[in-house]
Write a protein that binds this ligand. Sequence first.
Ligand code: VG1
Ligand code: CO
Length: 541
Amino acid sequence: METITTTPYADQKPGTSGLRKKVPHFQQPHYLANFVQAIFDTLEDLEGQTLVVGGDGRHFNDAAIQTILKMAAANGVGRVLVGQGGLLSTPAASGVIRGRKALGGIVLSASHNPGGPEGDFGIKYNIANGGPAPETLTSKIHARTQVIDAYRIVHADDLDLGILGSATLGPMTVEVIDPVADYANLMAQLFDFERIRALVAGGFRMRFDAMHAVTGPYATAILEQTLGFPPGTVVNATPRADFGGHHPDPNLVHAKDLYELMLSADAPDFGAASDGDGDRNLILGKGVFVTPSDSLAILAANAHLAPGYADGIKGVARSMPTSAAADRVAAKLGVPCYVTPTGWKFFGNLLDADRVTICGEESAGTGSNHVREKDGLWAVLLWLNVLAARRQSVREIVHDHWRTYGRNYYTRHDYEAIDAEVAEQLMFDMRADLGTLAGQRYGAFEIAAADDFTYHDPVDWTTAAKQGVRLRFADGSRIVYRLSGTGTEGATLRLYIDRFEPDPARQHEETQAALADLVAIADHVAGIRARTGRSSPDVVT
Ligand code: VG1
Ligand code: CO
């Protein structure tokens, strides 16, 4: 074992989902090692404990895992479970931590961000419940990175992570596990696989786009090899270190081929995709895109059709920028709906306290109490279970939902890689203006309230302030402004627009047209185009 002297890096503050930087940034001397040692220093009592390590297979995944293993051995960890080939989807890692009663895990991913030698990389720590470390812990890790002066590592050859089974690294055991098996078993317990198999046998067809990311092996094993979908149902199924040069982001821009197929005459019944680390989902029917906010509400309303949720759900939680569609379902079911800041780590306490069963975010993340991460394939399987039980098309289910609960027209506009100072100033000015905004009128829209969202965790009473500026209008419409905590270049401004339409006769407008007035108001109030010099957003979802 060797102790290596080092000096701190100032920029190791974890964001919405861990520490994310460009690959070359992570390759600076001791950069990764400093952060890993900061995690180990912050965790008390590592001696003899079990940790889980895995990632989405992007560039630098392998090298990072070898470093982490050698550091874990030098820091007294007893055993590390690592996915074969260094792979573990984020939800699968969460499941392994829980199922195998590990102390926690290190998940390597930059999610939907592009990969490759110049792409993004990321690292985060998950705790024993399988979920992302809460802010109390991430702040301690950050504080440690600021004073770190040494790290510990053993000298050893790299391990072959391609072979299942046990190996030793100094005093530590490394177990290379099948990354899919535990996860596939968990899914089989939650869903009615027989019923889905019957649906498939009846000619129901789907396409799943794994985007050359980590879900390929999971989707192939479950959809094709277990549920009977024909080979070729899962496309782009082989994980690649650069995701085939694409953004593994399952939205209508980056999953364009799938979207076009689903709009075409040859569309199968169901289309879905997942992101780099397998925690997000895109849901499409023939000619229809289901917004993530609607998907959350529809899954909450229909979850009882799956065996894992047959007793009903305890409650629902959604991130603040997610539309209020789920709130209406919760109200009808007579269960609570919690509103949290953006980021899955805020759902952990609610799930652990059994206050909620289903959670979701507008950014294509949906999940349940089965793990402590959002779960892309889980959402796809729950949809399949609902489709198999209801024997209606995706379109019929969505329209039926709107008729019953009303429709929330919803869009998100992202202004990416804008100047960080301009972005900070915009948010600063909005916050300063909050007091004067209420009562302002723009055509038919009147601002009823304006605030900056502060969350009070109802379980541990911690507070998270400055989570997004909200303008709420008299008719229930809403505009939200916040800065991304996952970008790696400049700043990304996210603008979330939401309008409720209870009248079934008016629920079939094109989304952007239905929201055009509010989009114009959002720009006018914050001066987005004038300040950024951009004439339009980079991504509209
Ligand atoms: C984005 C999304 C957020 C999500 C986070 C991590 O964060 O808006 O909803 O939880 O990414 O997703 P931000 O701060 O950039 O808006 V991912 O799939 O890590 O895993
Ligand atoms: Co992700």
